[in-house]
Design a protein around this ligand. Structure first.
Ligand code: IPM
Ligand code: MG
Length: 365
C-alpha cells in the first residue's frame, strides 16, 4: 500500500487534483495497486483556515507519505499587496525545503497533434523533446532577505554540494536520453554561475559520453524559441529554471500540459508546472492534463511505470481526438471534469474506446 498526501491548494488546484485522483484511482484498480489518499491544506486556503500557509500537520503528513500530489498555490488577493507578511507561496517554499526537494524535473514535449496549436511556426516544433532540471531549494529564492524602507536585498548563493547533487541526476538522465546536457547560467556576470560552470566541467569527466554545452540564460531564452529541438537536458539554477520552464511550456502548446516532479532527500512531490489560474477557478474550464501527467510521474517514481504509461497514453489519446479544454481547443472544448472522465474511460477500457463512437455530452459509447 502506498500513501499519497494530496494538497489541492488554491484556485484551479482542487479541480485539477480531482481529475488526477480519478486517473490514479482508475489506473490503480486496473493494475491492482493499493493507494491510500489523505487530503491536507496549503496556500491561501490554509491561511484562511489556520492563519499560516502551511501547518505542521500538513508537513508531517507529507513526510509520512510515499509521495505528495499538489494542485496549485496562489491567490490574487495577496499579489498586489507588497506589504503582506504572510503569503500563500511561502507554504510551497517551506514544503520544498522541509522535504529537501532539490531537483525539479519538468519535461517538455510537443506532441504531433499540438504542433499547429502553439503560437510558434509548426516546423520549429518538430522533434521538441526536452527536460528541464531546475535546482529547487537554493539560490536567490532561499538566500538571506533584507528590507528597510528604502532598501531590499535577496542574496543568491550556492554551495558546491547543492550543485553536484542535481547535476549528477541531470547527467544520468542525459545518458539515458540523447546524451546532451546544456548548463544555463550567467557566468559572464555572476559568481554563482561561475561555480556552477566549474562543477559541471569537473563532473563531465565522469560522463564522457554526454556532450555538454554552456549557454547564458539570455541566449538560452532566445534559443528556446528559435531552435528548441536542439535541447535535450537543460540544467539550471532555481530562478532561471522558474522563468525558462514557463517559457518552454509554450513549446508544448499550453502551460496546462506541463507536469513536474520534485525529487529530493525525503518524500518526492508531483505538481503541475502551472499556477492557480484564479481567472477560471470553479468554472470547470481548467486543463487537468498537467496534474494528471504529474500523477503519471508519481506512479513511475513509486515503481509502477506501466500504470504511468497508461495515464500518458490516455492523455495523448484525448489530445489526439480533441477531447481537450479551451486553452488548446477553441472550436469544441470539453470541461475539466469531462476531460478527466475521458482519461479515466480510456484507461479503464479493456477494448480501447473508439473516438467516433464517443458522445461528447455524455461520453457514452
Ligand atoms: C513554480 C512557481 C513557484 C516558483 C511559485 C508559486 C512560488 O512559479 O513552481 O514554478 O516560483 O517556484
Ligand atoms: Mg514558476
Amino acid at each position: 500500500m502506498k500513501k499519497i498526501a494530496v494538497l489541492p491548494g488554491d484556485g484551479i488546484g482542487p479541480e485539477v487534483i480531482g481529475q488526477a485522483r480519478k486517473a490514479l484511482e482508475t489506473v490503480a484498480d486496473k493494475h491492482d495497486i493499493e493507494l491510500k489518499f489523505s487530503c491536507h491544506a496549503i496556500g491561501a486556503c490554509s491561511i484562511d483556515k489556520y492563519g499560516v500557509p502551511i501547518t505542521e500537520e500538513t508537513i508531517k503528513a507529507c513526510l509520512n507519505a510515499d509521495a505528495v500530489l499538489l494542485g496549485a498555490i496562489g491567490d490574487p488577493k495577496y499579489d498586489n499587496d507588497p506589504s503582506a507578511k504572510i503569503r500563500p507561496e511561502q507554504g510551497l517554499l517551506t514544503l520544498r525545503k522541509e522535504l529537501g526537494l532539490y531537483a525539479n524535473i519538468r519535461p517538455v514535449r510537443c506532441s504531433d497533434f499540438m504542433v499547429d496549436k502553439t503560437p510558434l511556426k509548426p516546423e520549429m516544433l518538430k522533434g521538441v523533446d526536452l527536460v528541464i532540471y531546475r535546482e529547487l531549494i537554493g539560490g536567490i529564492y532561499f538566500g538571506k532577505k533584507e528590507k528597510s524602507d528604502d532598501f531590499a536585498s535577496d542574496l543568491c548563493k550556492y554551495h558546491d554540494f547543492e550543485i553536484d547533487r542535481i547535476a549528477k541526476q541531470a547527467f544520468i538522465t542525459a545518458q539515458q536520453r540523447r546524451k546532451k546536457l546544456t548548463l544555463v547560467d550567467k557566468a559572464n556576470v555572476l559568481e554563482t554561475s561561475r561555480l556552477w560552470r566549474s562543477r559541471i566541467q569537473e563532473m563531465s569527466k565522469d560522463f564522457p559520453d554526454v556532450q555538454v554545452d554552456y549557454l547564458y540564460v539570455d541566449n538560452a531564452a532566445m534559443q528556446l524559441i528559435i531552435n528548441p529541438a536542439q535541447f535535450d537536458v537543460i540544467l539550471t539554477e532555481n530562478m532561471f529554471g522558474d522563468i525558462l520552464s514557463d517559457e518552454a511550456s509554450v513549446l508544448a502548446g499550453s502551460l496546462g500540459l506541463l507536469p513536474s516532479a520534485s525529487i529530493g532527500t525525503a518524500t518526492s512531490l508531483f505538481e503541475p508546472s502551472h499556477g492557480s489560474y484564479p481567472q477560471v477557478a470553479n468554472l470547470d474550464k481548467a486543463n487537468p492534463a498537467a496534474t494528471i501527467l504529474s500523477a503519471a510521474m508519481l506512479l513511475d517514481h513509486l515503481g509502477y511505470p506501466d500504470a504511468g504509461t497508461d495515464i500518458r497514453e490516455a492523455v495523448d489519446w484525448c489530445i489526439q481526438h480533441q477531447f481537450t479544454t479551451e486553452d488548446i481547443n477553441d472550436t469544441n472544448p470539453v470541461s475539466c471534469g469531462m476531460m478527466g472522465d475521458m482519461v479515466a474511460v480510456r484507461i479503464s477500457e479493456e477494448e480501447h474506446v473508439q473516438p467516433n463512437k464517443v458522445n461528447r455530452e455524455t461520453f457514452y459509447i
